[in-house]
Design a protein around this ligand. Sequence first.
Ligand code: NAD
Length: 509
Amino acid sequence: MAIETPAEAEILPILSHWINGSPVEVHIDQTAPVYNPATGRVFGHVPRGGQAEVDAAVAAAKAAFPAWRDMPLIVRSNIFFNFRQLMFENREELARLITRDHGKTYPDALAEVLRGIETIDFACGLPVHLSGMMTPNVSTKVDTFTLRQGLGVVAAITPFNFPVMVPCWIYPIALACGNTVVFKPSSHTPGATQLQAELWKRAGGPDGTLNVVYGGKEAVKSIVEHKDIRAIQFVGSTSVGRYVYEEGTKRGKRVGAYTSAKNAMLVLPDADMDLVADAAVAAGFGSAGERCMAQTLFIGVGDTAERLKPKMLERIAKLRIGDGMTPGVDMGPIYSEDHRSRVIDWIDTGVAEGAELLVDGRTFVSDENPEGFFLGVSLFDHVTPDMKIYQEEIFGPVFGIAYAETFDQGLKMINDHKYANGTAVFTTDGGAARRFKLEVEVPMIGVNVPIPVPAGFMSFSGAKESALGDLAMRGEDGIRFFTQQKMVTERWPEPGKQGPLSLVFPGNS
Ligand code: NAD
């Protein structure tokens, strides 16, 4: 890895926290380096915020809340229309920042930005999403209605792998509901965060409504323990998510934690194997396998695995691995050097466990960028449920082929897994697909679709070890999560006609 000289370090850009609508600059001593994984070089520094920065962000958000909550909904909605437009106009810059920080290819980053904007589209309709239900005459001259209001100050804690899309699944919904937000992104991929905060301000987002604090463990602890934060949505690994969920709910906060995954595709013998091979390679190795909806396990019924292998090998041989900004590259580097080592350890584990390594990505070196954090793709055959590489999330370009004798056995293998995020069935049999949809214990399901990420106006969920909390992110559930519902019972008695005093429980007649 290239280490910059002190002179270089001084001129490298330092990101700023964003509190109350302005950047909060920090000294280089309070920062951590950020690497471009394609070159292995440091290109900037990200602040390491903690208690003081979280306190300042919460104070700004708390002060901004009453006016934001009371803003006429059409005026609030117009800010979202402006924000949506600005995000779209800046989509290429956002994508470039994602590729620089994360390593995924530029077209993949652009697709991520557009999928994030879909949720802002949804937020533009906030006056409809926040409408309540009015029922007149529930009793004599008594009407009842529900209304939804923001909770107050809420927080978003997000992972490295989708620096725009995943935050866009949280903070626009929280803001649309009338909350004010403290947003803590991953320090590995911080570049696109600052631009989002600036665009929110340019769109007319009042100061203090969206605040950004960079940092790691200390910043997260400060958020989880802060008495003025009412709710948290977290996306990241199960271990950190469990901590945020348990410590947050213990303090009376609403917490939704959307966490790790191991997604399997069940392939029936009648499936179109060219479609399946394309799906397996795209969903297994796209973004170097660093997607929570990556499909990294193939469960083949009957002879499907034998038919898949030559088709997969043919496609793998043609993959181009390199800098994600280079046109024609299919897969970029791993996001960090540490994670690259972890993925290599997983491949070593698979070999030790007795899985057959058909393609070994460990030795890949990029000619153009020998110091980049690159790995080739790896393909294991004969992966079985007792192996760690079957049970655990690897989050790298490592794909495993497992076998089932029947549909029922394959379905059971998926339902027995501790993770339940996304899954897919590949078949031309509508009846089998129907059974799969009804019986699989995984909430996001593809039918001949390998990465079934629901559209931006729908909710995105998870179950078992892939999600903690009762509600999904975004969509209808997102509105529920970020609002308090109030139930009003109302009567306007005519003077002098309110009837005699009675201590009987009020009846509705
Ligand atoms: P991570 O858990 O390491 O980090 C997530 C967030 O927690 C980051 O903001 C990070 O700064 C913070 N954090 C990290 N370590 C911490 C600690 N010890 N204490 C407190 N905070 C800490 O996750 P990641 O590596 O950034 O992201 C990859 C993980 O996210 C994978 O497991 C992936 O499956 C998951 N993910 C899930 C979804 C989903 O919707 N279910 C979506 C994307 C990613």
